[in-house]
Design a protein around this ligand. Structure first.
Ligand SMILES: NC(=O)c1ccc[n+]([C@@H]2O[C@H](COP(=O)([O-])OP(=O)(O)OC[C@H]3O[C@@H](n4cnc5c(N)ncnc54)[C@H](O)[C@@H]3O)[C@@H](O)[C@H]2O)c1
Length: 258
């Protein structure tokens, strides 16, 4: 059992089928939380539907998805939603402003920025009724640096930090907190979403020395585990962090100081 107690709380977690989202769902369940997971991919075999876990499969960029997800959560767990963890995300091909395509830019922005915003838009309607809620958005080192990813991913993750800060300030009187985390490289399947033959190799070469300051791509040394990141999400979702609002927290073993 986790030392963070979330008994009686209800959480929505996006990106629940893999990586950080999946580790977070497991950590929340271990802490006694009821969890509605959401993902475009099917629910993972390692988590079964139960009294404290339900799953909604769908593309969160579809205009109807945020409302449908909130309704599914309320149908399963009742009116209250205490926690929203916007974890779902995709990476880009490291394309620069010169090489990015409109299709890649629009998809990355839709998944990494627009979907979390529209889900917050729906969830805060529920949170404000109870004058309480904790939202955490998963940004990235690329949300604070121009030298960690391509233009599309970098822009989306910078934007998510802006959306986090705006929400933190404008909804604090409603009892709603909103924070962001900025992980460094995490051992997940995120790179499987982009065909390596489509990588912008010139940009990647320019990013390589910066990446090497956190982790060794060959040995994996320095790469974070999804569980490490999940623990930080749990803390920011819990009342232990009740006075932290609008924070942008690096989770990268110090990479952010560079
Ligand atoms: N892995 C890293 O190195 C790293 C570093 C910094 C930040 N992040 C961020 O962490 C978050 C989690 O990523 P991860 O590393 O666990 O990757 P992951 O690929 O293991 O998990 C991401 C999940 O998001 C889901 N998803 C993608 N598009 C979706 C959509 N349109 N609708 C619903 N679900 C969708 C995927 O199916 C997947 O299950 C992302 O926001 C990512 O940008 C990851």
């Amino acid at each position: 059992m986790s030392s963070i107690n979330l008994q009686g709380k209800v959480a929505i977690v996006t990106g629940a089928s893999s990586g950080v989202g999946l580790a977070t769902v497991k950590a929340l369940l271990a802490a006694g939380c009821s969890v509605m997971g959401a993902d475009i991919s099917p629910a993972p075999d390692s988590i079964q539907e139960a009294t404290t876990f339900a799953f909604t499969q769908g593309d969160l960029t579809k205009p109807e998805s945020p409302r449908a997800l909130v309704e599914a959560c309320q149908k399963k767990f009742g009116d209250k939603i205490d926690i929203l963890l916007n974890v779902a995300g995709i990476m880009d091909s490291f394309a620069s402003v010169e090489t990015v395509t409109q299709a890649e830019y629009e998809r990355v922005m839709a998944v990494n920025l627009n979907a979390p915003i529209w889900l917050m838009h729906e969830v805060v309607k529920v949170m404000k009724v109870h004058k309480s809620g904790a939202i955490v958005n998963v940004s990235s080192k690329a949300g604070m640096s121009g030298a960690a990813s391509g233009l599309a991913y970098t822009t989306s993750k910078h934007g998510l930090i802006g959306a986090t800060k705006s929400t933190a300030w404008l909804l604090k009187s409603q009892g709603i907190r909103c924070n962001a985390i900025c992980p460094g490289a995490v051992a997940t399947n995120i790179s499987a979403g982009v065909d390596p033959s489509k990588y912008d190799m010139q940009s990647l070469a320019a990013l390589g020395p910066v990446h090497a300051l956190q982790a060794n791509a060959q040995t994996g040394e320095g790469v974070l585990s999804p569980e490490t990141v999940a623990n930080v999400l749990l803390f920011l979702a819990s009342d232990l962090s009740k006075d932290i609002n609008g924070a942008v927290l690096p989770v990268d073993s110090g990479w952010s100081v560079v």
